[in-house]
Design a binder for this molecule. Structure first.
Ligand SMILES: C=C(O[C@@H]1C=C(C(=O)O)C=C[C@H]1O)C(=O)O
Length: 392
């Protein structure tokens, strides 16, 4: 056969090219680490969106010469840049906190292998530690206790989801802990219906899952008619159970990636109510971290105001006056004090910034209680857009 159309030969060439691409990705990554070292010396911000935009416009133009679509080139390079920025941030964080540089770290999370918290932990530490010691827990309180007692270094806790909202249990646990928030990560949640054996949707009679995925897939479940629902402590527990049963009438809601660890396969994909389904996780530790000046930071604060009219507004006005952006406001009841609320605020500022320190000093007398829960690098990298005339 003509060599050009010999499938095995073509695939061999593709395999070789892919390997070369990987080597080039790694070489680029190493160069961007040198960029981070240079920025550390000059105290320049990690992100330079003007440089990113120039680079994207040039690549789109060059891509067109190779017959490559502008959207394809943009999305590939946005992913590469996101990795480069996050890697530089992780490097600068270890410079600012030399004690964080450890060959192995231990992390407690909800569930076992395959849970969304497990996937988030692995993704978070893939840039930060060579070895991850996993500690699966049965509840959020157990995670907190494991970190508080020094049994593990970190705890990974889901705090909000784009479709089901805030995770109240975690907010409540934060009221009673001395742990600090030291990091965050946003994990795409891609719910699938997974089964252990070959089967079809009409045969499924029982679904195992954690409460959160149930809420997030309510539209899909409503359409399925009569199905028994078995609530589990975690997605990983649910997956282990379904693997053990090897039954064509049972299924579990979980990620395809997590399911692979239990030899489960997807019967239905993308079953969440919202197609863009993400969970934000926070990482807690016994000691706070310093956030390097070159990195955008977020500070989490909890406070309780008196029952006077406008007390919260007064606090928020201080932030406005200091030019500090609040990116989240959540309220939760205070146990034992009916109708009183604890407010959780996330602000886009570093606790080392004078403006935030002054704001906290001015807010304190307006409150009955105030505590900084932690200051940590913003892990979300919004992609730099290119002008539409560069694409067309
Ligand atoms: C590598 C740099 O840092 C960041 C990452 C970039 C990249 O990966 O190309 C570009 C600009 C910066 O946002 C740089 O400043 O050159």
């Amino acid at each position: 056969m003509n060599d050009e159309l010999d499938l095995n030969k073509i695939r061999e060439k593709i395999t070789k090219l892919d390997q070369q691409l990987l080597a080039l990705f790694a070489e680029r990554r190493a160069l961007t680490l040198n960029v981070a070292k240079s920025k550390a010396k000059q105290v320049r911000p990690v992100r330079d969106q003007q440089r990113e935009q120039e680079l994207l416009i040039r690549l789109i133009k060059q891509g067109k010469e190779y017959g490559l679509d502008a959207h394809y080139v943009t999305s590939v390079f946005q992913t590469i840049i996101e990795d480069s920025v996050l890697n530089q941030q992780a490097y600068l964080q270890t410079l600012a906190n030399p004690n964080l540089e450890m060959p192995s770290v231990s992390v407690a999370f909800l569930g076992d292998k395959g849970s969304y918290s497990y996937l988030a932990s692995h993704r978070y530490f893939s840039r930060r530690a060579e070895k991850l010691i996993e500690y699966g827990c049965q509840s959020f309180n157990e995670i907190m206790q494991q970190v508080e007692s020094g049994h593990v270094d970190y705890g990974m806790l889901p705090i909000e989801n784009t479709s089901s909202g805030s995770i109240n249990e975690v907010y409540d646990a934060l009221q009673h802990t001395n742990l600090s928030i030291v990091g965050e990560i946003t994990q795409p949640i891609e719910h699938c219906l997974l089964t252990a054996v070959n089967t079809s949707l009409d045969k499924i009679k029982t679904i195992y899952a954690h409460g959160q995925p149930f809420t997030q897939c309510s539209n899909f479940l409503d359409k399925q008619g009569d199905m028994r629902i078995e609530y589990c402590e975690s997605t990983a527990d649910a997956m282990a159970k379904v693997y053990q049963l090897q039954d064509p009438s049972v299924a579990v809601i979980g990620s395809e990636e997590g399911g692979q660890l239990y030899q489960l396969h997807a019967l239905e994909k993308s079953i969440a109510n919202q197609s863009e389904n993400h969970s934000r996780f926070i990482l807690v530790a016994r000691k706070p971290v310093d956030v390097a000046e070159q990195i955008p930071a977020k500070t989490a604060i909890i406070l309780a105001t008196g029952q006077t009219p406008g007390a919260l507004v007064e606090c928020l006005l201080v932030l406005k006056e200091k030019g500090i952006n609040m990116c989240k406001l959540e309220s939760r009841p205070i146990q034992g004090r009916p109708w009183e609320e604890m407010f959780y605020l996330d602000v886009e500022a570093n606790i080392k910034q004078l403006a935030l320190q002054e704001a906290i000093s001015e807010i304190t007398p307006l409150t009955n209680f105030i505590k900084v829960l932690g200051c940590y690098p913003i892990e979300h990298i919004s992609p730099t857009n290119v002008p539409s005339n560069a694409i067309t």
